[in-house]
Design a protein around this ligand. Sequence first.
Ligand code: ADP
Ligand code: MG
Length: 263
Amino acid sequence: MTSNVLLRCRGLSAAVEDKQILHDIDLQVPQGEVHVLMGPNGAGKSTLGHVLMGNPAYEVIGGDIEFDGADITELTPDKRSQAGLFLSFQAPVEIPGVPLRSFLRAMMEGRGEKMKNKEFRKKTQALAETLDMDPAYLDRELGVGFSGGEKKKVEMLQLLLLQPKLAILDETDSGLDVDALSVVSRGMELYREQCDGTLLIITHNTRILEHLNVDRVHVMVSGHMVAEGTAELIDEIDAQGFERYEASISPSEGAHSGRPDTK
Ligand code: ADP
Ligand code: MG
C-alpha cells in the first residue's frame, strides 16, 4: 500500500460512565480519502467521534489513536485540533453578544493563526459568499436565532477557515432539512477542492454523499466494527438496513465472531 495513513486506530476500546461502548476498533483513513461510518442508532458512531477528538467524558480503556504519524491518544482536544483534527458539532453554541466574526477570529487565533483584521474580513466575506451565506450574518450574534441551515453554514465556514487535515462530520441525529443538507454537501465539496481534505462522515443521510467520491465505508454495530467495503456498501445498506450485520453481534456484545467481509 502506497497511501499515507492519516488516522489509525488500533484496538480502540472506550467507555462512558464506566460502561464500555467501543470494542476493539480498528480503523484506517488515508490522507485525501473520503470515508463513511454507518451503523444503527446507538451503535457508538458519535462516541467514536468524541473519542477521536479527546472529549474527556469518554475514557479510552484500550488501544491507541495515531494521527499524522503521532500518537494522540493522551492529547487534549485543543492539541488535537491544533494537530489538524476537526469534529462538527451537532448542537452549535449560542453566545449572545458575541458576533459570529469575532468568534471565528478567536478560533483562528486559538489555532495560532494571526491575520490582519482587513484580511480576515475579506476572507470570511469571500467564504460566506461561496457558501451562499449573507455576509450580514457575520455581524450577527453567534447562533442566536439561526435556522438549522444557517447553523450548518457556520459550521462549514469554520471548516473552510480552519482547513483541518481530517474533518469528522457527524450528521446522524441532527435532522437536517433539505436546505441544511445541501449546505453540508457544498461545504464538503469545497473542503475537498480547496484543502484536499480528508473526510470521515458519520451519516444516515446518504444523499449528502452524492457529490463525493466515497473511498471506503465502515459499518459499526454495538460498538464493534463489523464490516468494511467500497461505496457500493452504501446502496446495499440503504436497501437492506443493518440486520445482517446485527446478526453477527451477540446481544451481550461479547463475541468478535462473524466479521462479514464485504470487499
Ligand atoms: P450513535 O451515534 O451510533 O447513534 P452513540 O455513540 O451516540 O451512538 O451512543 C452509543 C451508546 O453510548 C448509546 O448506548 C448511548 O446511550 C451511550 N452514550 C453515548 N454518549 C454517552 C454519554 N455522554 N453518557 C452516557 N451514555 C452515552
Ligand atoms: Mg450519533
